[in-house]
Design a protein around this ligand. Sequence first.
Ligand code: SF4
Ligand code: SF4
Length: 263
Amino acid sequence: MKTTIYYFTGTGNSLKLAKDLSEKLNESELVPIAKVWEDDHHASSSENVGLVFPLYYAGLPKIVYDFLTKIDLAKSNYFFTVVTYAGDINTTPLLQIETILNSKSKTLSAGYYVLMPNNYILGYDIHSEERQKEYFEKANKIISEIGKAVEKNDVNLDKDIFKKRRIKSEKFNKNFRDTVYESDKSFYAEESCTSCGICANVCPVNNIALIEDKPQWKHKCQQCLACINFCPEKCIQFGDKTVKTQRYHHPEIEVKDLINQKN
Ligand code: SF4
Ligand code: SF4
């Protein structure tokens, strides 16, 4: 049975896992959410549908939430998700997905979490290379197991977890989704910007324009942090929160992979 894996990525963690998972499945395709989320109508034609994305503010990234709400899933019957995270696990994304799927008379069968190196440099510094390597090795093993489970259409969710609503997390995530577009007001480029345009090119939602050779953020931000992490000069800052933090992107994911996400 064919599987479509929809993914969203900012620094490559989710893309790397989505690619690895896709390779483990007999028949699969990878579809970047950034490419299709604004389509008037998008329908999945696969029997199996997976969603791979990072945990944002205890729940779904806004783009994933909006896309899932819109997509036509009438032809699909097995749904799973792989959530990448770097801090605490939170089951709210599973509940959010289940709620949206239920509104389409569908249900989530399986949910997996994979610990990856930190990329949320607005709050925390990145992990050491040694720790990153450790996470990558563990992630490889987990993805192999997920591949086998998806092939068998495994169900790993006890629906009782959905009975315990996490009101606080849901509100926290909703507040994030309601305000994230304008969160880019704190981004700026320092004098050392070379006007290379990479920040604009990697932005999955085309939220950056080079005006007079300097990046300007257009207030439709998803806070994926691709721009700040991929800038080769490390000259993008977010207020004073990132002055001392290092930058991170998955070592096997390049600028061209981020550009492909939307083209
Ligand atoms: S990626 Fe960095 S150096 Fe290049 S245009 Fe953007 S801010 Fe300037
Ligand atoms: S502006 Fe930067 S943080 Fe916002 S969506 Fe684009 S790449 Fe991501």
